[in-house]
Structure formats: structure tokens, C-alpha cells
Design a protein around this ligand. Structure first.
Ligand code: TXA
Ligand code: MG
Length: 314
């Protein structure tokens, strides 16, 4: 049986909350990507998330909560960490802090670590669902581990529809790439994953941002080199398209006609929002995808990070 896809009205939020309270799994729209939500306090539900995604159990999950106040009871926040939370929540920011002794997020969800990743999402449907429950929800991106993250309900249905209980359709995700992850435990913040909240935006609130780990030794266990991967091969920063390649364009940077264009006007936010959906679309029709150069400024760094991982054959 395939999971029903429902609009996130009051009745389906109620149904989703009941399913989650009973240990079920619900695909939940957020402003970044769709998450595969389960009750963070229920090890059986969490175990099912790892199983459904075929995710290595050493890779911890993000706990989603309805408010900053709820987060502050789960994790220990320094004054600076709290300032980031106050500026950017609700929104596409995840903060890694030390778990408190009273945290209700189960060990399995934290992969046995004494730290905890927390996020207050901004999407209306995610907020409504979290408010309808008294427990945090863990929600990794709703894709098989290592594959392209879903930014539409039908992406989730295609990848995981037969393995989960319900899909809430909140429309296309406005941000399009996963949240920025910051290790907020120390004197200065550390960037563990790039996202649409840029290093400059973090630095303006809490100066001294450091880049976490290098490519070979990811600090966030989920930051694997090959990730977001299509079946097709990807060639990046392409100036000259080869015969048989589809071109994923950006702006008017290429003299070749783009098969699909991330943003004809060269808008990086629009490109981020389109990235995963267009990669999926071209993956369905082509074996080789060429990607036009994307500038590294602002959001471009996060987009190039995802593209580099998707292109990595190793
Ligand atoms: O935008 C998002 O963050 C989406 C939506 C659904 O909220 N979720 C998401 O979850 O991207 P996931 O599981 O695909 O990625 C979570 C990332 C992984 O790289 C994981 O290793 C890292 O966060 N992470 C989780 N807990 C951590 C911890 N305690 N310390 C360091 N990294 C952690
Ligand atoms: Mg993911």
C-alpha cells in the first residue's frame, strides 16, 4: 500500500499527529526539504526511520521542536547560541548543542552522542504538526540515504511512498536545500553544513565562525563526500557541453541552450529552490548531466557544496 498524500489541513494534521503518537512515520514539508518525521522519544519509531532510509545508525538525526523554549529544555544553550536561535528561528538553521540530562530525544536518534541537533522549522504545516504534539519530531530528509533530497510531495511518494504511513503535501519547499548546521557548543560557532543561512549572516550575530572539518574528515557524520546522488553522472562548471549531455543552466552563463535552467535571471535563491527538483527531472531523462558554473558568493557556496557531493563518484 502506498501512503496517502494529503493537503495539510486541520483534519490531516490531526491524523498525522495521531499516527506519529502511535509510532508511525509521516513525511512532513519544511521550508528546506521534506522530512521523514517520527516521534523522537520513541526508539521503535526512530529505528524504523533508519531502516526505511537505509541510513547508517552512526549518523544522528535532527530533533524538530515547536519553539525556542522547547529547544532550550532539550539542549544546553550558551548566551550566544541562544542569540542565534532567537534571530533565526523559526527558520532553516540547525544548532548542535550538548543534550541536557532531561532531554527526551532517545539515544538512537542521537546515535549515542551526548550532543543534540535542534531546529524550529518555519513551514506552516510543520509548525502546526509540532504544535499538535507534545514530543519533538526527528526528521531526516525523506530520501533513501545518500540520494537526492525531496523538495516536492511527489518526490517522497516516488522514493519512500510504500514504506511510510502518510505524506503531507505542503507544496514545493521555498529554500530547496537542507538547513545550515552550526556547532554552537564552544566559544565560537563552527559551520558543519552549509545552507541558505550564509556564513556572513551567522557571523553578523555571533562573530568568529570557523569552517568545520575538511572534506575527508566530516565533522557532521552525515556530511559524506558522496551524497545527494542521482543515477546520472554530473559534470560541473561546464563551459562546453558534450554531445548527449543535458545542460542544467544558470543565468545566461552558457552559450548552449539549457535543458533546464536553475534561474534564468541568475538568482541564487531561485536556483537553490529548483536544484533538487531539476536534478531529479534530468536524472529521469539523461545519463549525463552538465552543470553551468554557479558563482560562489552568498548562497552559491551551499549550492556548489551539494553539487560537488552529487558529482563525487568515490
Ligand atoms: O533542513 C534540514 O535540516 C532537513 C529538514 C527535514 O529539517 N533535515 C535534514 O536531516 O537534512 P538529515 O538527517 O538529512 O541531515 C542532518 C544532518 C546530518 O549531516 C547529521 O550528521 C547532522 O545533521 N547531525 C545531526 N545530529 C548531529 C550532532 N549531534 N552533531 C553533529 N551533526 C549532527
Ligand atoms: Mg539528508
Amino acid at each position: 500500500m502506498t501512503a496517502p498524500i494529503l493537503p495539510p489541513d486541520a483534519a490531516s494534521i490531526r491524523k498525522a499527529a495521531d499516527l506519529l503518537a502511535g509510532g508511525g512515520l509521516v513525511a512532513m514539508p519544511t521550508e528546506t526539504v521534506y522530512g521523514l518525521a517520527g516521534d523522537a522519544t520513541n526508539p521503535k519509531a526512530v529505528a524504523r526511520i533508519y531502516e526505511v532510509k537505509e541510513r547508517p545508525v552512526f549518523n544522528p538525526l535532527i530533533a524538530h521542536v515547536a519553539s525556542g523554549e522547547a529547544a532550550f529544555t532539550q539542549g544546553a544553550f550558551s548566551p550566544q547560541a541562544m542569540r542565534l536561535a532567537k534571530v533565526f528561528w523559526p527558520g532553516p538553521l540547525t544548532l548542535v548543542v550538548n543534550a541536557t540530562s532531561t532531554t527526551t530525544v532517545c539515544d538512537l536518534a542521537r546515535a549515542g552522542l551526548d550532543t543534540l541537533a535542534l531546529r524550529v522549522p518555519a513551514h506552516k504545516a510543520a509548525r502546526a504538526l509540532l504544535q499538535a504534539l507534545s514530543t519533538p519530531l526527528v526528521a531526516p530528509s525523506a530520501n533513501p540515504s545518500g540520494r537526492i533530497s525531496p523538495t516536492r510531495a511527489n518526490h517522497v511518494a516516488a522514493d519512500l511512498g510504500k514504506k511510510i504511513d502518510l505524506i503531507l503535501d505542503g507544496g514545493p519547499c521555498s529554500e530547496g536545500i537542507e538547513s545550515t548546521v552550526i556547532d554552537a557548543r564552544g566559544e565560537t560557532p563552527v559551520l558543519l553544513r552549509q545552507g541558505t543561512i550564509t556564513p556572513d549572516a551567522i557571523d553578523a550575530v555571533w562573530p568568529g565562525l570557523a569552517e568545520g572539518g575538511d572534506e575527508g574528515r566530516p565533522v557532521s557524520p552525515g556530511q559524506l563526500l558522496r551524497h545527494y546522488a542521482p543515477d546520472a553522472s554530473l559534470r560541473l562548471n561546464v563551459e562546453t557541453v558534450e554531445p548527449g549531455e543535458a545542460l542544467l543552466g544558470f543565468g545566461t552563463s552558457s552559450s548552449h541552450k539549457a535543458t533546464l535552467n536553475l534561474s534564468p535571471s541568475g538568482d541564487l535563491a531561485e536556483a537553490a529552490a529548483n536544484l533538487f527538483a531539476m536534478m531529479r527531472q534530468l536524472d529521469g531523462t539523461h545519463e549525463r548531466i552538465a552543470v553551468a558554473p554557479i558563482p560562489m558568493e552568498g548562497l552559491g557556496a551551499a549550492i556548489n557544496d551539494r553539487l560537488a557531493r552529487a558529482a563525487n563518484q568515490g
